[in-house]
Design a protein. Structure first.
Length: 537
């Protein structure tokens, strides 16, 4: 084992987790693990940057949940950034015991809170949802969610909460929607309160990526930053295909790494945050093409004439269906946070998403516990938000969201919340940085079997795909859990370990959970949900 090397293309959470499991489960030396990253910083889509003067930026954040068994296993052996006697999981557990989520204002319309304690379903909606849950994935191939429901379904409380919580659009894959229903139906009784969501003490880059990076570097893992992998060469060895060379570009130099048959190669294929563009208070972000980033090029190149590697064009070729916009707001005045606390009834960090249902952009805001960045001063606050319909004209700012500056986005928010009188002061002390992402929901696009490659393609000896675009039966993309499960699967299979990841949590298979969820689906008046316990506890 000491002579074997592992090369990991990309430094997102799937790649970092793969390195961690190679060390813990494969007993590999960190010095034999090389992570190759095109960007100057690691973390992939779990990123954050900035400062109080230039403004903080994070493209997004992922919810955590008790059902993320793979993720929580990873975090259970990564030491805390500041206190090595604790793990990252210890920190997250203690934080959520101290700062409990219980939203009092999940939905807003016409500047007023919406009673979101009921789903708003018709009997037809309920029947259609149960039908989708019972259908096979094969029968839902290439079907959109909107193919399975009537138009009114997409104006229910449920849809507004579900879609904004997870990022769904009506034209997204019915297969993914079905998987999410099975995976998260246990959240139905408390979806309006968001009390089933676990948060990290800071943003996920500071809380997860930074301690994981520190631990990996302490183990001797090498990082080749600002190095773009452009191609892989394959050879036949004893009847199996193996990666034999990794070609890369660094600055203006083109070179390659020779890969031995016993070496391992992990590839992050595709990226949901590829070609992201930042705007400012005075400028709108630009819509970039995939040609301006190499994130898709490698997968497209190696998949040419290799159907076993999937069909990347299914996910990279429909920007109008996959683009979205997020924004990060840095405030040097507490006024906005005070107004939101009064309006919602939640102190920052206890409420979660606030969705403006009458927003033509379908905007949501999230005021996290402060500070949200490790180096954030006490007199600075930061909140994050996003919009799903970025090509629609705003209700107050008569422009597409994708064409708006940070100031215009703040104007739209304040107008929806009736903060008109306070708006000038809020904007004066704010720095809103919009981020346009062409592929942010590309993993949700309609698909069929074979569009995503298996983690370890059949007939390949030393290659694994670890990303949001590999195929893991039953599990759901757009989650940290999917990436970590891919990492575990890849390490266990390539090293021929007598192990496999824990089963995917399927709430719909637990009768108690299903019963409570069905009660919620048919509920016409508010009933406070009982205390939730994971099945089997």
């Amino acid at each position: 084992m000491s002579e074997r090397k592992s090369y990991l293309v990309g430094s997102g959470i799937a790649s970092l987790a793969s390195a961690a499991y190679l060390i813990r489960e494969g007993h590999m030396s960190g010095g034999d693990i090389i992570i190759i990253e095109a960007e100057a910083s690691a973390g992939g889509s779990l990123d954050s940057s900035g400062d109080p003067d230039k403004g903080y930026v994070m493209r997004g954040g992922r919810m955590l949940n008790f059902s993320y068994v793979c993720t929580y296993d990873l975090l259970s052996f990564v030491p805390s950034l500041d206190n090595p006697s604790k793990t990252v999981l210890d920190e997250i557990t203690e934080f959520n015991q101290r700062v409990k989520t219980d939203s009092h204002c999940r939905l807003v319309s016409n500047g007023q809170k919406v009673n979101s304690s009921t789903m708003g379903f018709s009997y037809k909606d309920r029947f259609d949802m149960l039908e989708v849950m019972m259908k096979s994935e094969e029968s839902l191939s290439n079907q959109r969610i909107e193919d399975c429901f009537e138009f009114a379904f997409f104006e229910t409380n449920f849809w507004y909460m579900w879609a904004t919580m997870f990022g769904f659009q009506p034209w997204h894959s019915a297969i993914e929607f079905k998987r999410y229903l099975h995976r998260f139906i246990h959240e139905f009784p408390r979806i309006n309160a968001l009390s089933g969501v676990d948060r990290t003490p800071y943003n996920q880059y500071d809380s997860i990526v930074r301690p994981l990076m520190k631990w990996l570097k302490g183990q001797g893992v090498h990082f080749m930053m600002e190095t773009e992998v452009t191609d892989l060469e394959f050879a036949d060895v004893e009847g199996e295909k193996t990666v034999s060379k990794i070609f890369y570009r660094r600055n203006e130099d083109v070179n390659h790494i020779s890969v031995n048959p016993e070496d391992l190669v992990f590839v992050t294929n595709g990226s949901m945050t590829s070609s992201s563009s930042l705007g400012s208070m005075r400028t709108a972000p630009l819509l970039k093409s995939k040609k301006e980033s190499g994130d898709w090029a490698l997968w497209e190149h190696i998949a040419f004439n290799r159907p076993e590697f999937g069909r990347p064009e299914v996910f990279s070729g429909r920007v109008d269906e996959s683009k979205g916009l997020s924004f990060t707001v840095t405030l040097k005045d507490p006024l906005f946070f005070r107004l939101m606390e009064k309006f919602t009834g939640n102190v920052a960090g206890t409420g979660g998403l606030v969705t403006l249902t009458d927003s033509s952009w379908l905007m949501s805001l999230m005021l996290a516990h402060q500070p949200h960045f490790i180096d954030q001063p006490r007199d600075v606050t930061v909140f994050w938000g996003n919009g799903l319909f970025v090509d629609r004209q705003g209700n107050f700012v008569k422009k597409k969201m994708s064409e708006c500056t940070g100031e215009e986005i703040l104007t739209e928010i304040c107008s929806h919340l009736n903060f008109n009188e306070e708006m000038p002061q809020i904007i004066k002390h704010a720095n809103c940085i919009p981020c346009l992402m062409p592929f942010i929901t590309s993993q949700f696009l309609t698909r069929e079997q074979g569009d995503r490659p298996p983690v370890v393609p059949e007939g390949y000896r030393n290659l694994a795909f670890v990303s949001q675009f590999c195929e893991i039966p039953e599990d759901v993309v757009f989650t940290v859990e999917y990436s970590v499960r891919a990492a575990q699967t890849a390490v266990f299979q390539l090293l021929y370990l007598d192990k496999e990841p824990p089963p995917v949590f399927d709430a719909a298979r637990d009768f108690r959970v299903l019963f409570e969820s069905l009660k919620t689906m048919f509920r016409e008046t508010y009933e406070p949900p009982g205390e939730h316990h994971p099945p089997g506890s």
